[in-house]
Design a protein around this ligand. Structure first.
Ligand code: NAD
Length: 512
């Protein structure tokens, strides 16, 4: 029941992989695995194309992205079908998470990049301002390698690509071997938009291709994927002395306070845990509910989960597990939880009525932190609920994790919500919503602890595809340099006296 299978090829030929639909198990196509030579050739082509691209005014680059947006709108059905075929996710999720989100990102960066990347004059502090002027210029890095995972195959390929292109870079995308066709569609969209040849290329393949891309001469890697691979990418980038952003796994916690709106919180838990069949980096993987509310909350959650329709045809709410390795992890975590005393209130097994890779939407109680289900990333349609004494215990348990991607707090008291949110050790927090920060273009996004390094999106993310170059201009045309030599003791003593006045007195410190 493999979704990706190696095909036998003749010696010396490139490796080939055959792919199947996880929901129907029908074959959906084959890809060739690009090797190190392909990666180097792609970087060479990209570097040539980037020279002209980087000298285009940002407004010109925006026009290409807007044309790409128009192409995307025209081809949205094809994208939705491709994503559904590769992942088995419901149409609404392919539409909202992948197509809608990418349209929004394209329009946002096309509209705002010029302002965010505009050269800035910075007022200098103290006496320096009488001598120098400072200008910050955002210069593209060159060629950016984007390595993406399978759980958001279009959005997680497009989002970093749009930002890196808008910042003046060329991009080489290495999509997941589980979902290569969505990655290819990203290239088709930009080809429809008339993007110059070589500026955005896709290298199909698996880990070998990703590893080759890291060492092929790129200037940055924007990686999204697992912690394990993220570490390998970090080591490769360190050896090349190039920067990387690592958007990695998570184990997001949801805190349900005593005063939470019960219906909203129950609906939020179900959406947070089951969207994308739970295969969502900021998916709610642990719920801590205050004792006084726990029974009613669990009852409402179970009612909602039991009403969900799982399938692959027509209208359905919960889709397939995208590939067998994930299904194995889900089953392992569930077996471990069961063995340690967890109670399953609904679901808890593969869906026997469906042919493909389906695990039933599941609600589990009587869980604790000895269980893998509460410690490791499960990435499945599982909603474990733990009863806690109070909100402080919930916070302590939420922070008891090696991960720190997102989290959410449910309360009617906004001050309490802020207070808890600020004490969560995570990259982002939502109050009264499932974690959806990645879809908010203005919000910098990135994990703490093992959930990542660096941030993507928004102003921070866009500038991350640039080198912020300070250009310092002498106000007197360089006259000061004539006064440097010869060094003499009197001048040193004069400076020391001056320092005493400048930083040794209150009014001096205020002036400087
Ligand atoms: P993965 O780490 O297995 O693969 C990610 C990508 O890395 C794939 O394209 C893969 O081919 C490539 N790769 C594999 N080995 C490589 C190597 N040695 N060097 C370079 N590239 C290599 O991850 P996955 O299973 O595809 O994705 C699921 C994971 O991604 C989950 O842990 C999820 O939480 C995480 N994720 C994180 C975010 C985020 O924004 N933080 C978003 C989505 C998914």
């Amino acid at each position: 029941m493999a979704i990706v299978t190696a095909i036998e090829t003749s010696p010396g030929a490139r490796r080939r992989l055959a792919l199947a639909n996880p929901a129907t198990l029908d074959p959906i196509g084959e890809i060739e695995v690009a090797d190190a030579q392909d990666a180097r050739a792609a970087v060479e082509r990209a570097r040539k194309a980037q020279l002209d691209w980087s000298s285009l005014p940002i407004e010109e680059r925006s026009r290409f992205v807007i044309r790409g947006l128009e192409a995307l709108l025209a081809r949205q059905d094809e994208i939705i079908e491709t994503v559904m075929r590769e992942t088995g996710k419901p149409k609404t999720e392919a539409l909202q998470m992948e197509v809608y989100a990418v349209c929004d990102a394209m329009n946002f960066y096309a509209k705002h990049a010029a302002k965010i990347l505009k050269p800035q004059s910075r007022r200098l502090h103290g006496l320096l301002r009488f001598m120098k002027k400072l200008r910050i210029v955002y210069r593209p890095l060159g060629v950016v390698g984007v390595i993406s995972p399978w759980n958001g195959p279009f959005v997680l390929a497009m989002n970093p690509t749009i930002q890196a292109l808008m910042a003046g870079n060329a991009v080489i995308l290495k999509p997941s071997e589980v979902t290569p066709f969505s990655g290819q569609l990203a290239a088709d969209i930009f080809s429809d938009a008339g993007l110059p040849d070589g500026l955005f290329q896709v290298l199909s393949g698996d880990g070998e291709t990703g590893a080759a891309l890291c060492c092929a001469g790129v200037d940055k890697i924007a990686f999204t994927g697992s912690v394990e691979t993220g570490r390998r990418v970090a080591v490769a980038c360190a050896e090349q002395l190039i920067p990387c952003t690592l958007e990695l796994g998570g184990k997001d916690a949801m805190i349900v306070c005593e005063d939470a709106h019960l219906d909203y919180a129950a609906a939020g838990a179900v959406g947070g845990a089951l969207m994308n069949t739970g295969q969502y980096c900021c998916g709610t993987e642990r719920v801590y509910v205050v004792d006084s509310l726990a029974d009613a909350f669990v009852e409402k959650v179970v009612e909602r989960v039991a009403a969900l329709r799982q399938g692959s045809e027509g209208e359905f709410d919960v889709g397939a597990i995208f590939w067998p390795r994930q299904l194995e992890i889900i089953e392992e975590h569930m077996a471990d939880a069961r063995a340690r005393g967890a109670r399953i209130l609904t679901g808890g097994r593969r869906n026997p009525a469906l042919k493909g890779l389906f695990y039933e939407p599941t609600v589990v109680v009587d869980v604790n932190h000895d269980m893998k289900l509460m410690r490791e990333e499960t990435f499945g349609p599982i909603l474990p609920i733990m009863r806690v004494q109070d909100e402080e215990e919930a916070l302590r348990l939420a922070n008891d994790s090696v991960y720190g991607l997102g989290g959410n707090v449910w309360t009617r008291d906004s001050r309490k919500g802020m207070n808890l949110a600020e004490r969560m050790h995570t990259g982002s927090v939502c109050i009264n919503d499932m974690t959806m920060t990645y879809g908010v273009q203005e919000a910098p996004f990135g994990g703490r602890r093992e959930s990542g390094v660096g941030q993507v999106n928004g102003e921070t993310g866009l500038r991350g595809y640039c080198h912020a170059e300070p250009i310092l201009i002498d106000r007197r045309g360089g006259k000061m340099s004539t006064q440097r030599y010869p060094y003499n003791r009197k001048a040193d003593q004069g400076l020391q006296k001056f320092m005493k006045v400048l930083w040794g007195t209150r009014w001096g410190r205020r002036l400087s």
